[in-house]
Design a protein around this ligand. Structure first.
Ligand code: B4P
Length: 196
């Protein structure tokens, strides 16, 4: 089973690249951002609670996203693997994911980390905000808060995964196709080392 984490700050292109990766490698895309937005669209209680935090650029509680991921893993027993996009975002979430995947005997094979400068992240998100209708994409203060949440709560995960020798760095500030080529090179290295 090929389980990959796409890691990086908001707007670094995780969602964009996840789409390309799942279609090339026939994997299942698990985006906690998309799952939360679906809950908001369906106006569930969980969605309404999450919306209050997301609109401010804050993370939703670990227990909420871990529960959603667990349900999706259980709902896809015959998947060839998963691309985790926007999850985990805290060390607690990463530990929970390791435990869940241990149960499925299918650990994370690689964590692909996208690097993009702060100026470019803000530019991309505000550009998307002009058409996306996402409240968290429309205001520079909220975007800055999302990046701050990333720096304080999510970035420490890089150390967690480099400690497991799974972290692979990729420059994300290039054309979408160029970034995709580099990500595929990293995935192919992982596949080659597994088949040895
Ligand atoms: P997400 O939905 O995960 O949103 P994101 O970080 O903005 O997205 P991403 O990095 O995928 O960027 P994308 O490809 O779309 O999270 C939203 C919110 O949900 C969080 O703030 C949080 O509140 C909550 N949440 C989600 N998961 C959570 C968790 N695990 N725990 C707690 N809370 C959670 O790209 C952005 C833009 O850049 C697009 O317009 C794209 O077209 C453009 N772009 C992409 N690649 C480009 C390139 N190479 N060049 C130019 N533009 C590019």
């Amino acid at each position: 089973m090929l389980n990959i984490v796409l890691f990086g700050p908001p707007g670094s292109g995780k969602g964009t690249q996840a789409e390309n990766i799942i279609s090339k490698y026939h994997l299942v895309h698990l985006s906690t951002g998309d799952m939360l937005r679906a809950e908001i669209a369906a106006q569930t209680k969980l969605g309404m609670e999450a919306k209050k935090l997301m609109d401010k650029g804050e993370l939703v509680p670990d227990s909420v996203v871990v529960g959603m991921i667990e349900n999706k893993l259980d709902a896809n027993p015959s998947a060839a693997g998963f691309v985790f996009d926007g999850f985990p975002r805290t060390v607690k979430q990463a530990e929970a994911l390791d435990e869940l995947l241990e149960r499925h005997k299918a650990p994370i094979k690689a964590v692909l980390s996208l690097h993009v400068s702060e100026d470019e992240l803000t530019r991309r998100i505000l550009r998307r905000g002009a058409t996306s209708g996402r409240a968290d994409d429309q205001n520079e203060t909220i975007v800055k808060n999302r990046v701050l949440e990333y720096r304080t709560k999510t970035e420490p995960l890089a150390k967690y995964y480099s400690g497991q020798a799974k972290l692979r760095e990729v420059t994300g500030e290039r054309a979408v196709e160029e970034v995709f080529t580099s990500l595929c090179q990293e995935i192919d290295k992982v596949l080659a080392s597994n088949s040895r």
